[in-house]
Design a protein around this ligand. Structure first.
Ligand code: F6R
Ligand code: MG
Ligand code: MG
Length: 379
């Protein structure tokens, strides 16, 4: 049977700043779904990562389905009402439009979806990250799908021998979806050349070249492109099918042991290492560090198992300690150089207004200028 998996997530308010949603808020989202689902989806699962609430649906209605998107939107509206009742911070923050129109894409919530013919057993990983943006998945996906140093199956298994097709989106283009398709392994240098720029080029999906099936799907929303101003980092979600023609679960998780530096952290304006965390974790130090959780599921006849919390294992305690050290190291240099994001990526307007104020106070040495202009004219 054909199954669709949809993750729809939003930040609709949290306790104590941008830390985590309240239990009551989460309960209201769940209750709304239970009461109103009426057979629309076969199953759903609600969790949070930092201040973001993610709904995972298993259904048969295909990607971009209006009814699935609408019920998620309405569940977030119901959760926002609780956030307002409780006085939570940033109530309804990611619901950028007043009314629902067909699809939550472009309305604030992030979406990752895929439709496929269910295998007899269909394991997949659900990822959700907070205090970062969709480019945070570029490096782990590149390594898990192209590099035998991380994915030994690329050389050991006949099922992945042809490699994978990467669909990459230029998220700086706002008039539509600007995409390119590139094949690994032949074009890995081109893939790397794009993916090194996490803020502009983002993996949108990955496809098996053995079977033609979808392997991974990432939310590509850039909130500041929708709202035209700061509304929070994009906090991306992702689905990855695993095993068989796809990387094994452990191969997909392996690159997350790097704790690579990503954009986000405090005020969405810094560089911080991505920490793999357990389900329903909060953020803390310097509104971070940026976090990612990974939940393993099987879906069968449209029904989800309970999640297996992939980063809830003693191995990842060691990684979390390493990542904490990396976070502390980069924070030692405060606003300087690589610790703070470049001008174009700053999520608050403070620096821009400071520059506007300071600009007229710059003085050019007139004598030197005239001398230089004079020299040019003579040439
Ligand atoms: C980052 C984030 C937080 C806030 C910070 C200030 O994505 O959400 O780091 O930017 O706590 O929040 P405001 O501007 O809401 O006071
Ligand atoms: Mg937030
Ligand atoms: Mg968030």
């Amino acid at each position: 049977m054909k199954t669709t998996l949809s993750i729809i997530k939003a930040d609709i308010g949290s306790i104590g700043g941008h830390i985590k949603p309240s239990a009551q808020l989460i309960d209201r989202v769940k209750d709304h779904l239970k009461t109103n689902l009426k057979g629309l989806a076969n199953d759903f699962f609600v969790s949070h990562t930092g201040d973001d609430v993610a709904i995972l649906f298993a259904h048969t209605r295909g990607v971009g389905d209006e009814k699935i998107h609408k019920i998620a939107w309405d569940a977030f509206i119901a959760g926002t009402a609780v956030a307002k009742e409780q006085g939570l911070y940033g109530a309804g923050q990611d619901l950028l439009k007043d009314s629902f129109s067909g699809n939550v894409k472009g309305m604030g919530p992030a979406v990752a979806e895929m439709e496929f013919e269910e295998r007899p057993n269909e394991p997949f990983l659900f990822f959700a990250a907070d205090k970062t943006d969709p480019g945070a998945y570029n490096l782990p996906l590149y390594l898990a799908f192209t590099d035998p140093m991380y994915n030994s199956g690329l050389i050991l298994s006949p099922n992945m021998a042809k490699g994978f097709k990467f669909v990459i989106m230029d998220v700086s283009y706002t008039e539509g979806d600007r995409m390119i398709e590139l094949n690994a392994p032949e074009e890995i240098y081109d893939i790397a050349a794009l993916l090194r720029d996490n803020e502009r080029f983002v993996v949108e999906s990955i496809w098996s070249r053995e079977t033609g099936e979808i392997a991974a799907s990432v939310s590509t929303t850039r909130l500041h492109n929708i709202a035209g101003k700061y509304t929070g980092k994009d906090d991306p979600v992702m689905l990855v099918r695993v095993q068989g023609p796809f990387p094994a679960t452990g191969e997909t998780l392996a690159p997350f042991n790097i704790g690579h530096y990503v954009a986000g952290f405090m005020r969405g304006s810094h560089t911080g290492p991505l920490m793999p965390v357990k389900m329903n974790s909060s953020v803390s130090y310097f509104d971070g560090p940026p976090v990612v959780c990974a939940l393993g599921f099987c879906v069968h006849n449209g029904k989800l198992t309970e999640p297996a919390d992939a980063f809830d294992h003693p191995y990842w305690e060691y990684i979390r300690t390493k990542v904490s050290r990396k976070a502390t190291e980069i924070r030692q240099q405060g606003f300087a150089g690589a610790a703070m994001l470049p001008y174009s990526e700053l999520e608050y307007g403070g620096i821009v207004s400071k520059m506007n104020k300071l600009d007229p106070r710059f003085k050019v040495n007139q004598e030197e200028k005239e001398e230089k202009v004079g020299k040019k004219k003579k040439k």
